[in-house]
Write a protein that binds this ligand. Structure first.
Ligand SMILES: Nc1nc2c(c(=O)[nH]1)N[C@@H](CN(C=O)c1ccc(C(=O)N[C@@H](CCC(=O)O)C(=O)O)cc1)CN2
Ligand SMILES: [Mg+2]
Length: 298
């Protein structure tokens, strides 16, 4: 094994930009031909700083491609009923093609009740149980695929990385990333394992993988020894770690020890600038697909 960095860095930021460009073109074509502008409604509850940043970035991304965004910000102590009322309004609004509720919700709310209330035709996050159920079934198609795992697969496709027949290991089993990522890899004909907090021998399993998707939220958990030489590493973790030299006092690192991975893997996504920007690009893509489907526009 070479001690020099040799992995290709998968530039999610520039791939996301390319995708936004494609979406912009499609949106202006739709507007010209049928006069429809895709609309996305975003509901933010509470005052988590990270969530507020993501919502602001989503709004900016909408503006950049020509999606009309509708934003609702509710206080932390709102009731479930109040959130449900807004969802119901957006479900009935023909100008809204996508609805998303920023997660996590305040702990007094039942997340499942709220995600269930989003019309499956407008569920651009792909979190409705019917969309997840369809994702899990052979021969069925979900209306929408969750944005982060969809972004991971899109990165692999756009970098010409084969998935079919490969050993893929997903680290983490969350509803929003790990589980749907495993289902998507399976649909791409990978042989899929899921490593999670109760797995006895994670390193033994990950070190056999051709493709690793890590989504656990543990800084630098995946060390060089966990990686098979030549493997492809998709790092979904976005973990703040203290850094006095950084203006914010912290910097972001992934789940994977980046320096070590670069020496062993064949391709690695950086953090930031890897999967994160793809999440938002896929949200725009889902919103465009939704508007196209609703207006029967190809
Ligand atoms: N309703 C949803 N809630 C959440 C989702 C989601 O897809 N739907 N995903 C995450 C948060 N998220 C989007 O909502 C998200 C996280 C990170 C990024 C991103 O671009 N990260 C940058 C770094 C940003 C920074 O500097 O702080 C990167 O990795 O380069 C985009 C979207 C949980 N909630
Ligand atoms: Mg887990």
């Amino acid at each position: 094994i070479s001690t020099e960095a040799s992995a290709m860095v998968i530039d999610g930021k520039s791939i996301a930009k390319e995708i936004r460009h494609e979406i912009t073109t499609e949106i202006s074509r739709m507007k010209d031909e049928i006069g429809v502008i895709p609309g996305l409604a975003v509901i933010l509850v509470g005052d988590r700083k990270d969530s507020a940043t993501y919502v602001r970035n989503k709004k900016k991304a909408c503006e950049s491609v020509g999606v009309k965004s509708y934003e609702v910000c509710l206080p932390e102590d709102s009731t479930e009923e109040e959130v449900l009322k807004f969802i119901s309004g957006f479900n009935d609004d023909p100008e809204v093609h996508g609805i998303l509720v920023q997660l996590p919700l305040p702990s007094h709310m039942n997340e499942q009740n709220i995600l269930n209330a989003v019309s499956i035709e407008k569920d651009v996050d792909g979190f409705h149980p019917l969309n997840i159920g369809r994702l899990a079934m052979r021969g069925r198609e979900p209306l929408f695929v969750p944005c982060t795992p969809k972004g991971c697969i899109e990165l692999l496709h756009r970098c010409d990385i084969d998935i079919k027949g490969k050993q893929a290991v997903v680290i983490g089993r969350s509803n929003i990333v790990g589980m749907p990522a495993a289902l998507l890899l399976l649909r791409e004909d990978a042989t899929v394992s899921i490593v999670h907090s109760r797995t006895k021998n994670p390193e033994e399993i990950t070190s056999q993988a051709d493709i690793i998707i890590s989504a656990v939220g543990q800084p630098n958990m995946v060390r060089g020894s966990w990686i098979k030489p030549g493997a492809v590493i998709i790092d979904v973790g976005i973990n703040p770690v203290e850094d006095a030299t950084s203006p914010r006092g912290y910097r972001l690192v992934g789940d994977v020890c980046y320096e070590e991975a670069c020496k062993i893997a064949s391709a690695v996504t950086p953090v930031p600038g890897g999967v994160g920007p793809m999440t938002i690009a896929m949200l725009l893509s889902n919103t465009l697909s939704s508007a196209k489907r609703m207006h029967n526009f190809q």
